[in-house]
Design a protein around this ligand. Structure first.
Ligand code: ADP
Ligand code: MG
Ligand code: MG
Length: 545
């Protein structure tokens, strides 16, 4: 039947609706609400409480984890209203740093008046010693990132001290542990509705899925276990999962869940339904991408790459096909099947040829040692391709041997014949396409974001997701090549699993990824619903199971 999911949402009825029809999936909030009411948070086990406590810092518990952050804020408010000054100050400071023009000036004056005058009610009372002096000395003139940054740090030092240790003994932290217990639930296929296919990868299909109890939509990349084993790619799959779960960036597809079923390993990630950039370059109207969009995408891609590199991760598969757009028109890097973590302290990759022909850097082709430089080269190629709708060393649809492309990459100068190459564009691309690593943009102590090509971009706002996309995908268009071919991949026969395979599947299937899962709980309203009854300060007994 194709009945909608109203009424009782048992697993059986959920499984019987037609997954190819997206229209069925607009779950009404009332149904969700009914489900939630029957849910209560689990009691944390003593063992998980200890686990959560060991090695957990103020940063992780009260800043990075979204639910931890919320509960810490609630604690501050309930335990000592004066503590709220810290929150107000940090919020206004962050508003100021993202604001532009008049709004920025207004934010600055407000901070000066409220937090820096000893006679003000919201004076930062907790500052001591040097920090206190500095705060009183802030004026219209010396108000800048450095000065305020120091006060911000002093504020965090304060929170890290007494408030944090009081928090750890409060019912709010107990509630946090309950959420952590809930976060650890086992994830199976039954957690999701499966919707339409989105694409096909080397080891299986990627399809849209929806979390049953929150309504949140994701993309699920399925990797066929037998196919992986046959090709000996298990380690690669694990690497892809481990890299994805570490990153947390607006410009990289983030992993929300990793789980398995009988036949597949599944990576549940941000849903990107605006198509990949190669589709936008070649398949929509006039070939190439408008310059205003190129600037925006490049700024986002570079920010994503810098995030990866800061974690010593080399992407190794930079190309337009791997950059996906979401429904709002923001882009993210995806497909981390080739990414590697550089060994700590030893900052060099082994000589492994990896990447896509046409995007491979000279140092890879010459089989030299390399680090992150290869990503900047491939970025130069992708940049060129977005403007000219061809690669720098291979024309559109040109029939040419890989050996010849290699020769051109190693020997030829790149030409800029397309009409859309203006001076700054030519300059920045040719800097990324320097054959010698020491001359290449991004490979020394230089920052590609400072290039004049990006003069219209405020990177601070971009990183906070505050810059509007220049182009928004239409909601009724499927931005992908022919969908029919996606279903029905042939079965792999004669593959049996042993103990070590099961161990590997277990290692892969770690369930929910903290930050993404907690965001989903908050965004869907689940957090507010389940967090009742409200905690009122102290006196609540902690009960351990
Ligand atoms: P493979 O590593 O096997 O190449 P990919 O990760 O590139 O697999 O995924 C295959 C295809 O699935 C992509 O080309 C894209 O069309 C689609 N796809 C992958 N991830 C997403 C996502 N997060 N959102 C939407 N579509 C996706
Ligand atoms: Mg791919
Ligand atoms: Mg891949």
């Amino acid at each position: 039947s194709t009945s909608s999911i109203g009424g009782s949402v048992s697993t059986e009825s959920a499984l019987s609706f037609d997954p190819s029809n997206m229209g069925d999936l607009l779950i009404d909030r009332d149904t969700l609400r009914k489900q939630w009411l029957s849910l209560t948070l689990p009691k944390p086990k003593m063992s998980s409480a200890l686990q959560a406590a060991v090695g957990r810092t103020y940063e992780s518990l009260c800043e990075e984890q979204p639910i931890g952050r919320k509960l810490f804020q609630q604690f501050l408010l309930a335990s000592n209203p004066q503590y709220m000054v810290t929150t107000e100050f940090l919020e206004e400071l962050s508003d100021w740093s993202f604001a532009e023009g008049e709004a920025r000036e207004k934010a600055k004056q407000s901070i000066l008046a409220k937090f820096c005058q000893p006679e003000s009610r919201s004076f930062l009372f907790y500052l001591t010693g040097e920090a206190a002096e500095r705060c009183k000395d802030v004026t219209d003139k010396n108000f800048d990132e450095v000065m305020l940054g120091q006060i911000r740090e002093a504020t965090k030092d304060f929170l890290r001290g007494r408030p944090f240790s009081e928090y750890l003994k409060s019912p709010f932290y107990y509630r946090f542990l309950q959420w952590k217990e809930y976060e650890k639930q086992r994830i199976t296929d039954r957690y999701f509705y499966e919707l339409r296919p989105l694409g096909k990868g080397g080891f299986g299909e990627v399809c849209a899925v929806q979390v049953k109890h929150t309504g949140h939509m994701y993309a699920c990349k399925k990797l066929d276990k037998r196919r992986l084993k046959k090709k000996g790619e298990e380690r690669m799959a694990l690497m892809e999962k481990q890299i994805l779960e570490q990153v947390n960036s607006l410009f990289i597809v983030n992993l929300a869940y990793a789980y398995d079923n009988k036949t597949h390993l599944c990576l549940v990630m941000d849903l990107m339904n605006g198509g990949d950039l190669s589709f936008h370059i070649y398949e929509l109207g006039e070939r190439g991408i408008r310059m205003e969009r190129v600037v925006y995408y490049m700024a986002q891609i570079i920010t994503g790459l810098l995030h990866l590199h800061s974690m010593d991760i080399v992407y190794r598969d930079m190309k337009p096909e791997n950059v996906l757009l979401d429904a709002k028109g923001q882009c993210r890097l995806s497909d981390f099947g080739l990414a590697v973590e550089l060994p700590k302290h030893k900052t060099i990759c082994r000589k492994v040829s990896a990447g896509t022909p046409g995007y491979m850097a000279p140092e890879i082709l010459r089989q030299e040692y390399y680090r992150t430089s290869v990503d900047w080269w491939a970025l130069g190629c992708s940049f060129y391709e977005m403007v000219a709708a061809r690669l720098p060393f291979k024309d559109f649809k040109e029939k040419v041997q890989n050996e010849e492309v290699t020769r051109r990459i190693l020997e030829d100068e790149c030409k800029f014949e397309h009409k859309h190459f203006d001076a700054p564009t030519k300059d920045i691309i040719s800097r990324f396409l320097k054959k010698k690593v020491i001359h290449r943009l991004g490979c020394q102590d230089d920052d590609p974001r400072n290039h004049v090509f990006f003069k219209s971009i405020n990177f601070r706002r971009l990183e906070a997701g505050l810059v509007e996309p220049p182009w928004v995908p239409k909601s009724n268009v499927v931005y992908a090549r022919d969908m029919d071919k996606f279903r029905h991949t042939s079965e792999v026969e004669n593959i049996m699993f042993e103990g070590k395979d099961e161990t590997f599947f277990k290692q892969f299937s770690t369930g929910a990824v903290s930050i993404q899962w907690q965001k989903e709980m908050i965004d869907s309203g689940m957090f507010d619903e389940l967090n009742n009854p409200k905690l009122n300060g102290y006196g609540c007994e902690s009960v351990w199971e």
